[in-house]
Ligand binder design. Structure first.
Ligand SMILES: Cc1cc2nc3c(=O)[nH]c(=O)nc-3n(C[C@H](O)[C@H](O)[C@H](O)COP(=O)(O)OP(=O)(O)OC[C@H]3O[C@@H](n4cnc5c(N)ncnc54)[C@H](O)[C@@H]3O)c2cc1C
Length: 390
């Protein structure tokens, strides 16, 4: 792969850069830097960013125009991500929608699904969450939530857990068990669930950061139309695999933005602390720079594969590298800050407690979107071709 921009790519990059410069001078963005630790302000900022991206035609950059996208190329998406990182852009609110639900609907949905769900997903009018994990179903996705066919509906009962954005979501991509007697991966059915339907309840879970970013969700005899099914009855495992590949591939590519921004902020921090000339500090920062650059290049490799179809198992490498570098940068910032790093809020908190937040939130990175051990297994077996571990 040639890493230099072609003439058209350079023109596209200049257009994106100019737009970001114009747009992110808004008072909203100033508020986010060094970052509001108030979840309501954070949500408002991220909703604003989603709407702004959409209104200017940048949301769904690679999606077909007829479903609200821009019809662009993956390389343009990469350029946009790089420039967004440079500009320290916020994260859009509908990340589960844009990077997981949307691509799955594009791959498996009917024409009606695509026209109904994709445009409001991109504009952020409808937020999505992912209902895969259950109290007894994590990495193995051995779901118990029951879907029983009743005429034109499925009647769905059961519990999901760790549902990010469940408290904000209008829709949920839901893996259910429609045939309890079928062998493990053949009895699943994948549904698009309306979170406002009767019988759905959401209970927030408070994380180590003190914020309630994810939830338990309960379905109690919830009627979901058969028309809201992706794929056939019993084909839910294959549909779910599409979502998971996008979680590690498409979402993974967007996560690179976050790592670049964290590294840039770490560089600002060593300046503020007056340790930027310390050779030991410089060596650590150089190491992070190498990791973040390796992440960018690994993403490019994954994207080359994606241009030929679905994201491949390479997405697991990006995810593994991302969780490691993100956690390591959070830990290093805490080490530099010493006891001051423990102050989460207020004037005495350096950068308004950003680094304690980065450090604490980082613990979840090696669990969400595939645990470290699961990713290592995938890389060993499906990227390196090593024998199966069990
Ligand atoms: C911040 C955060 C956000 C999340 N958001 C969502 C969401 O929006 N929607 C959703 O559905 N879920 C979400 N999850 C849940 C996440 O997908 C699960 O936690 C994850 O799949 C692991 O499942 P588990 O917690 O049940 O752990 P388990 O699968 O029970 O794993 C426990 C331990 O065993 C190890 N292990 C398991 N199987 C193997 C194996 N075969 N080989 C080697 N080691 C193994 C794991 O690596 C881990 O260390 C989120 C989690 C976090 C932390």
């Amino acid at each position: 792969m040639d890493f230099r921009d072609t003439e058209q790519e350079a023109a596209f990059r200049a257009e994106v850069r100019a737009w970001l410069r114009e747009t992110l001078t808004d008072a909203w963005f100033d508020m986010s830097d060094p970052g509001p630790r108030d979840p309501d302000r954070d949500e408002e900022l991220r909703r604003w960013w989603q709407r702004t991206l959409h209104d200017s035609g940048w949301a769904g950059l690679t999606w077909p125009v007829e479903y609200g996208g821009r019809g662009g190329t993956l390389v343009q998406q990469v350029i946009f991500n790089e420039e967004a990182a440079r500009a320290r852009a916020p994260e859009p609110i509908n990340i589960i929608g844009m990077y997981m639900a949307g691509p799955t609907i594009l791959a498996w949905g009917t024409e009606e699904h695509k026209r109904r769900y994709l445009p409001p997903l991109l504009s952020g009018e409808e937020i999505w969450c992912q209902g895969f994990s259950e109290p007894d179903a994590g990495s193995d996705l051995n779901v118990r939530m029951r879907a029983v066919r009743d005429g034109d509906d499925y009647v769905v009962t059961g519990q999901k857990v760790w549902t990010s954005y469940g408290h904000l979501a209008d829709y949920c991509i839901l893996v259910t068990r429609s045939d309890p007697d079928a062998p493990k991966y053949t009895g699943f059915t994948y549904l698009l669930a309306d979170m406002a339907a009767e019988g759905v309840s959401v209970r927030p879970l408070v994380q180590i950061t003190g914020q309630a970013e994810f939830n338990e969700i309960f379905f109690d005899d919830v009627r979901i139309p058969v028309a809201n099914r992706l794929g056939d009855e019993g084909q839910g495992w294959q549909v779910a695999m599409t979502t998971l590949l996008h979680e590690r591939g498409t979402l993974g590519a967007s996560l690179q933005v976050g790592s670049r921004i964290t590294l840039d902020r770490l560089v600002d921090l060593i300046g503020k602390l007056g340790v930027a000339d310390d050779p030991a500090v410089r060596e650590r920062i150089a190491g992070f720079q190498l990791d973040v650059e390796a992440l960018r290049l690994t993403n490019l490799r994954a994207i080359t594969k994606m241009e030929r179809g679905l994201p491949g198992p390479e997405g697991s490498m990006s995810k593994l590298l991302w969780e490691r570098v993100q956690q390591a940068m959070g830990e290093y910032a805490m080490e530099l800050l010493g006891t001051a790093g423990q102050v989460l809020e207020g004037e005495s908190g350096v950068d308004e407690g950003r680094w304690a937040q980065t450090y604490l939130r980082g613990r979840g990175h090696s669990i969400e979107a595939g645990t470290t051990e699961i990713l290592k297994n995938i890389i060993a077996e499906r990227v390196l071709g090593l024998p199966r571990s069990r």
